[in-house]
Write a protein that binds this ligand. Structure first.
Ligand SMILES: [Mn+2]
Length: 323
């Protein structure tokens, strides 16, 4: 099977920088980090650890419970370092605006002028790095890192393998979404051979939910609105809805006969967060871009200012016109 990255020169640049220049590395990913972002960051950390290159993983967000089961997730730092950083690795983020503390990362770049390494699979990535490896055709950054590490012959320990496997499993909806290719399964297979604890991770990540999560699903279902003609469905979650360990969107998207799904979640500071999913014909990333959001053709997100009712009305009106 051919290696999926044609920019071998870029990979050699990455290799020589990391192996012979980097002495202080900061690794981070997008805000509201998912398992692809977190798993990929920890996996990169593990590889750097084997090279004895000082590095930290930084996420300002508190981790979702399901992410705390990843090996070494307790080593993630919540505050950005103030000492000099010569290398900044940003994973699974199309642009710097997707980092939780954009101002902090921008001032770090200004102060220390690190080599910025951008590794991502979002089609709207702005190639903001000094080294960019952006592959929208690849299921997850987890899979992309697997290909990169394998190509460079960098060591994949069983913990690294677990993190990459979890990342792939998460971003592919447990190998069910349209982003799954033959290569994805091949990567997963090789990660199992490298010692990824697939069953244990699945148990901890997917079959370990609290009753509160079920309450959340119940609320979501009771507030669901379905338009059978235009084939879309949405639900709204008020700010006092319980925290869940499952994305409501992943539950409601299981409904047959519907192509587009939206979940509106009321959040702090007068913000509403939207999750959008499509099963094919409709590009939710393009739709989201009109409102400052983004993502992939079949999975996107938006954050908007306004009340839950206002934002829902605005979006549903627009969606109704587009479908
Ligand atoms: Mn991803």
């Amino acid at each position: 099977m051919p290696f999926p990255i044609s920019e071998q020169e870029t990979l050699e640049t990455l290799k020589s920088w990391v192996r012979s220049q980097a002495q202080s590395i900061l690794i981070t990913g997008h805000k509201d980090p998912d398992i692809d972002a977190i798993g990929s960051c920890i996996a990169f950390k593990k590889v750097l650890d084997t090279f004895a290159i000082p590095n930290i993983v930084w996420f300002e967000d508190s981790l979702e419970t399901y992410a705390t089961h990843l090996p070494s997730s307790n080593q993630i730092k919540k505050t950005i370092p103030t000492y000099p950083i010569d290398t900044l690795i940003i994973l699974d983020s199309p642009h710097l605006g997707r980092i939780r503390n954009q101002a902090a990362i921008e001032s770090l770049i200004q102060r220390f002028k690190p080599m910025v390494i951008n590794i991502d699979h979002h089609p709207d990535n702005t190639l903001f790095g000094n080294i960019n490896i952006v592959k929208p055709g690849i299921s997850s950054v987890g899979e992309l890192l697997f290909h990169i590490f394998s190509y460079l012959n960098w060591p994949i320990s069983s913990e690294t393998a677990s993190c990459l496997y979890a990342a792939i499993s998460f971003d592919t909806g447990r190998f069910l979404f349209s982003n799954v290719t033959e290569r994805t399964f091949l990567s997963a297979s090789k990660l199992l051979r490298a010692g990824a604890k697939a069953y244990e991770l699945s148990q901890k990540m997917y079959e370990n939910k609290t009753l509160q999560t079920f309450d959340l699903i119940q609320i979501a279902l009771s507030r669901m609105v379905i338009d059978n003609k235009k084939r879309f469905a949405y639900t709204t979650l008020p700010i006092d809805a319980p925290e869940g360990e499952m994305k409501v969107i992943d539950f409601i998207r299981q409904l047959g006969g519907i192509d587009v799904f939206v979940v509106f979640s009321e959040s702090k500071n007068g913000e509403v967060k939207l999750n959008l999913r499509s099963k094919g014909g409709f590009n939710v990333s393009k739709f989201a871009a009109q409102f400052g959001g983004g993502g992939h053709a079949l999975a996107a997100g938006i954050t908007m200012q306004g009340t839950l009712e206002e934002v829902t009305q605005t979006i549903i009106q627009q969606l109704d016109q587009c479908l």
